[in-house]
Design a protein around this ligand. Structure first.
Ligand code: OGA
Ligand code: NI
Length: 204
């Protein structure tokens, strides 16, 4: 039976959601936590599937497909075609292209995981450059917690030697403020996860 656009998106979202929860389990275990540690934060998860189309641009050095940013949620599962253009920022500040590998996904750790892990994991800064000849398609799935979840470092990772690095925040409010700040005319400050950073130096 032919599968329409809506059905295809629904089927894909279902499958990629399953995959992202599996990845969440693996990340939990990698942190020494029970596999289902984060599950309760996703009971009414607000995840999003996005379909991106980047048109070719005759002067690619003057435009970006997506400006630099960090994905705000727990993790992102990104499918991209063979054109390329996604770049991640290395620690030394250099932008590195993420080479498309056929039949594979790119997984980004997001801001929530950075905070939950108290910086054991870091949300990667990335952007998309455009191509002068080819159009590009990408399909990211963003795994987002339930609206009402409070996000703060996992208590196991906080002790006298490793104080909490972040103030707790509401996922729903954080996400809304972040979206609003994408639109300059709302006059809101561009919200970033480092705004929740607790200074570890009391003289600052
Ligand atoms: C995004 C994003 C990357 C891409 O939508 O948040 O980073 O390759 N997309 O399209
Ligand atoms: Ni992104």
């Amino acid at each position: 039976m032919a599968c329409g656009y809506r059905e295809a998106c629904e089927k894909y979202a279902e499958a990629v959601e399953k995959l992202s929860f599996r990845l969440l389990e693996l990340i939990s275990r990698s942190l020494g936590l029970p596999a289902d540690y984060f599950n309760s934060k996703f009971e009414e998860h607000t995840s999003v599937l996005r379909l991106n189309h980047y048109s070719p641009c005759p002067v690619p050095e003057l435009a970006l497909g997506v400006g630099r940013h960090k994905d705000p949620g727990a993790l992102t599962v990104l499918a991209q075609d063979e054109v390329g253009g996604l770049q991640v920022k290395r620690k030394d500040g250099e932008w590195i292209g993420v080479k498309p590998i056929p039949d594979s996904f790119v997984i980004n750790v997001g801001d929530c995981m950075q905070v939950w892990s108290n910086d054991k994991y870091e949300s990667v800064e990335h952007r998309v450059v455009v191509n002068d000849k080819k159009e590009r398609f990408s399909v990211p799935f963003f795994l987002y917690p339930s609206h009402y979840v409070m996000v703060g470092p996992v208590p196991d990772f906080v002790n006298e030697k490793n104080p909490s690095r972040y103030r707790e925040f509401s996922w729903g409010k954080f996400f809304k403020r972040k979206r609003d700040s994408n639109f300059k005319n709302l006059g809101t400050e561009n919200l970033q996860i480092h705004h929740f950073y607790i200074s570890q130096n009391s003289s600052e």
